[in-house]
Design a protein around this ligand. Structure first.
Ligand SMILES: Cc1cc2nc3c(=O)[nH]c(=O)nc-3n(C[C@H](O)[C@H](O)[C@H](O)COP(=O)(O)OP(=O)(O)OC[C@H]3O[C@@H](n4cnc5c(N)ncnc54)[C@H](O)[C@@H]3O)c2cc1C
Length: 458
């Protein structure tokens, strides 16, 4: 059996930054990274819009799995803030969380990200405009790498690590078992042993993570899912916000139910894309830094957070059921014009074709009111009218709504301030821990455990 000082499960930002920092702190460490997906250059989603128009359920999925994790083809927005993107600060403290996010930013900059822009909400007049309209702009700095530069950064980090770390691709870890003071993992027919084990399996590994926690009796809790739509409109409508802030996280409390609706993952001049989570097709978005690859539209999600209290525990199951319903009716993602939704009409292909906006995703025209719970849809419609006050044109009849967008949260795993479980030497980080929900927080959690492991454990 091959033995390592540190085994890392998952090569998303959490796993990559743990490996990076471990190598930096102690180059003598034997580190093995086990990743269910392909190496970066082999990650190719077959959807080309011509031969393959929608998700065909590849295993492993090249969008969610492989070197770079779920973030590899993302818009590469690294938000430096404690106001959203996770609750890492609750474990490691606000100052350290921000310091680590800044450190991650420096590494990205020194690996191909130089020249990309850092946007900030500090001193913006948009905050006042939002407040005057009952909307709340959250504070953040955001480094926008863009899908293209994000890829280059990953390539450069991989080049730096590949001779110092054993990467095992197409190696889904089946089991993690305690073996004395160490951990044994099973991958296909092979077993590997690590004195320390970092698990960073992201959202795509959520079901597997639940099993590991059950087997090792690690306490967990789960109670949240965000459900909503992706809005697509002409880029000019939001340009005064996106030019200055790139991404604005705006929160609104609905008058009708008192629910919080928020903008999420804004992609100026970007494209709407499919996302496949455990076989369920939902919607997401991204954009490119390279002007040649930009579109005429901006997209962003409007999400309503749903917190459940006891005895209901399966918040992700609730979100999945809604997404399944849209897949059942639309064969995938449904698209509807805002005007059709508010007047109670199903959108048809001809109405979409006649609209003054060209959709960037080939989705099935349909009726979101048959899919989304009324409370959530009412909140989204209220928010669109509010956004229309700060960005006139948002509530235009031709504004496109794609559904559903679901933000699944992994169950939150019980860990201490070092992100270590009740089993000494077993760490759970990144989105798989339920503590982070973003590139910057997941990466920062990786650096945090690596520093602790290099300094304390081995
Ligand atoms: C389309 C898209 C766009 C996004 N855009 C942004 C953005 O602009 N900004 C932002 O902050 N966030 C964005 N996100 C979210 C962001 O990608 C995640 O928050 C981040 O990748 C989490 O990092 P992670 O390392 O925790 O997990 P992941 O990136 O999910 O990586 C986990 C890895 O573990 C592997 N794995 C899972 N199970 C196993 C197993 N059993 N054995 C071995 N390997 C396993 C997976 O294959 C995966 O590669 C986006 C996500 C998507 C899907």
């Amino acid at each position: 059996m091959k033995e390592y000082d540190v085994i890392i499960v998952g090569a998303g930002p959490g796993g990559i930054f743990s490996a990076y920092e471990l190598v930096k702190k102690n180059s003598a460490l034997k580190i093995g990274v086990f990743e269910a997906g392909h190496s970066l250059e082999k990650r190719k989603c077959p959807i080309d819009g011509v031969k393959v128009k929608s998700c065909i359920g590849c295993k492993p999925c090249s969008i969610m799995n492989g070197f770079g994790g779920a973030g590899a083809f993302s818009d590469g927005k690294y938000n430096i803030t404690n106001q959203f993107g996770g609750t890492l600060y609750e474990y490691i403290g606000k100052n350290e969380a921000i310091e680590l996010m800044k450190y991650v930013d420096e590494i990205n900059i020194s690996h191909g990200g130089e020249g990309t822009k850092l946007y900030s909400t500090a001193n913006t007049k948009i905050k006042k405009l939002c407040l005057q309209n009952d909307l709340h702009l959250l504070d953040a700095s955001v480094r926008h790498l863009g899908t293209d530069v994000n890829y280059v950064v990953l390539e450069q980090i991989y080049d730096e690590l590949k001779d110092k770390v054993d990467f095992h691709f197409l190696s889904p870890v089946d089991k993690v078992e305690k073996s004395g003071d160490a951990y044994e993992i099973s991958v296909k027919d092979e077993k590997y042993c690590g004195k320390t084990c970092i698990i960073s399996v992201g959202r795509s590994g959520s079901k597997w993570m639940e099993k590991v926690c059950r087997d090792l009796e690690i306490p967990t809790k789960s109670n949240r899912v965000d459900i909503g739509v992706r809005v697509e409109l002409p880029a000019e409508v939001f340009s005064h916000l996106t030019d200055e802030l790139y991404e604005s996280k705006i929160v609104y409390r609905t008058a009708k139910y008192g629910d919080l609706v928020r903008t999420f993952c804004m992609n100026p001049k970007g494209a709407v894309v499919n996302e496949n989570t455990n076989g369920i097709v939902t919607v997401n978005g991204h954009s490119y830094e390279d002007p040649a690859r930009q579109t005429e539209n901006t997209n962003f999600a409007l999400l309503v957070a749903k917190h459940f209290s006891e005895p209901f525990k399966d918040s992700n199951g609730y979100g999945e059921s809604i997404a399944r319903l849209s897949n059942m009716l639309g064969g995938g993602v449904i698209v509807q014009r805002f005007g059709d939704l508010t007047t109670g009409h199903r959108s048809t292909q001809s109405r979409i074709n006649e609209a003054f906006i060209t959709p960037t995703l080939n989705a099935t025209p349909g009726d979101l009111s048959l899919v989304m719970p009324k409370r959530i849809l009412d909140g989204i419609i209220e928010m669109i009218y509010k956004l229309d006050k700060i960005a006139p044109g948002t509530a235009n009849d031709d504004t496109l709504l794609y559904g559903v967008e679901v933000k699944f949260y992994n169950m939150e795993v019980e860990v201490d301030a070092n992100l270590e479980t009740l089993h000494k030497g077993l760490f759970i980080i990144g989105d798989g821990s339920g503590i982070t929900h973003s590139l910057s927080h997941a990466s920062a959690s990786g650096v945090h455990v690596a520093r602790y492991i290099a300094g304390e454990t081995l």
